[in-house]
Design a protein around this ligand. Structure first.
Ligand code: FAD
Length: 341
């Protein structure tokens, strides 16, 4: 990757957070000519981003999220040409209980989606082709970005470093509006981008932000080459050796101690095995097959905005879309920094 940087940098950014959102934002800012310092108390694998199934999905939320997702799709699509990034484009199948034509909301979502993706096909015979079970009657597929979080977060950090960003481990305490002068001085920065996920509960004093606990279960891949989604369940192939199951959403739980013996995990695995019988013999990967994480959920949606009257741009609250919208949010956050002057 080549960086077209101006010869002199007039602006220096402090990016807080080193999950997918912080690292993507740092990289975008650096590519656009900022000097960047990344500060976070945790890096992969100790961030929520490392626990995600990391499948790109069309957001049902607001128009802004759709634009972010569409831009991110195009960028991931290009990145998939380089296997070192950990991004792959594979078919993703979505199954419905009622025919889509009889469900105006699902039909509208599908119609929007097909304008932004490659390889779209609406065809109920896909159900038989893939041998899925349950009372589904309709299906469509398209090529979707699927991210190997371990490789991708490592790749992002390498890119950030090799592009010349400073990277530091530190915990920031207090409200950013109170701490901004000290931080700007300490890091010799002219603006701060807050990409701290749930950390923004404290740093941005945002009452709207809360955890939605989830978990991904990593099984040995019995040969599944496509993602399958139904009723909130997702089954996502990762590299050649594993398949990642997801579908747990628990409100306001702050612990991340789920294991293969937890009832939620047993239930998730059982549901996935019923739906896709190929999974029946698939065993958990050795080591750490369950990764539980806390989605930074915000009822009012992702917050990409300037803190009024301050040189602070927020980029947090991505809930279950952090990968899907990462590049679009990063571009918008850096646009906002640009406008700070
Ligand atoms: C089980 C599960 C499955 C998911 N599946 C998908 C999916 O398929 N597709 C998708 O798009 N998304 C998915 N997500 C959502 C996605 O993982 C999140 O939206 C995303 O990881 C949020 O990224 P982030 O960088 O904001 O947060 P994080 O990854 O949590 O990173 C936050 C960073 O901020 C730092 N930080 C926080 N507070 C402070 C502080 N006070 N001082 C210094 N540093 C601080 C942390 O150390 C960390 O580096 C899933 C999530 C889960 C849990």
């Amino acid at each position: 990757m080549r960086y077209h940087l101006p010869r002199r940098y007039s602006r220096r950014l402090l990016v807080l957070g080193a999950g997918v959102v912080g690292l993507t934002t740092a990289l975008v800012a650096r590519r656009r000519g900022f000097e960047v310092t990344v500060v976070a108390d945790r890096y992969a694998p100790h961030v929520t981003s490392a626990t995600a199934a990391a499948l790109w999905e069309w957001p049902v939320a607001d128009a802004r999220a759709k634009e972010w997702a569409a831009l991110s799709y195009r960028i991931f699509n290009d990145m998939a040409a380089d296997p070192l990034t950990g991004v792959a484009m594979r078919p993703s199948l979505s199954y419905q209980r009622v025919p889509i034509d009889a469900n105006p909301e699902a039909l509208a979502g599908m119609t929007e989606l097909r304008a932004h993706v490659r390889g779209f096909r609406h065809d109920s015979t896909l159900i038989a082709v893939h041998g899925v079970r349950g009372d589904v009657t309709d299906a469509y597929e398209y090529l979707a970005p699927m991210v190997d979080t371990d490789r991708y977060l490592a790749w992002l950090l390498r890119e950030v470093r090799s592009a010349g960003c400073e990277v530091e481990v530190a915990l920031i305490r207090g409200k950013l509006t109170d701490e901004q002068d000290r931080l700007l001085r300490r890091y010799d920065a002219t603006a701060i981008v807050n990409c701290t996920g749930l950390g923004a509960i404290e740093l941005a004093a945002d009452p709207d932000l809360r955890p939605l606990r989830g978990a991904s279960v990593h099984l040995r891949n019995p040969g599944i080459g496509c993602a399958h989604r139904v009723d909130g369940l997702s089954i996502v192939p990762r590299a050649r050796d594993r398949v990642v199951l997801g579908g747990i959403v628990e409100s306001d739980r702050w612990t991340t101690d789920l294991t293969m013996k937890s009832h939620q995990i047993l239930e998730l695995v059982a549901r996935c095995r019923i739906f896709l019988p190929t999974l029946r013999e698939a065993q958990p990967v050795p080591g750490n097959p369950v990764r539980s994480g806390l989605r930074p959920h915000r009822d009012r949606g992702v917050r990409v905005e300037v803190e009024r009257g301050c040189p602070i741009v927020h980029n947090f609250g991505h809930g279950d879309t952090g990968f899907t919208v990462s590049w679009g949010c990063a571009e918008d956050a850096v646009d906002l920094v640009d406008k700070l002057g």
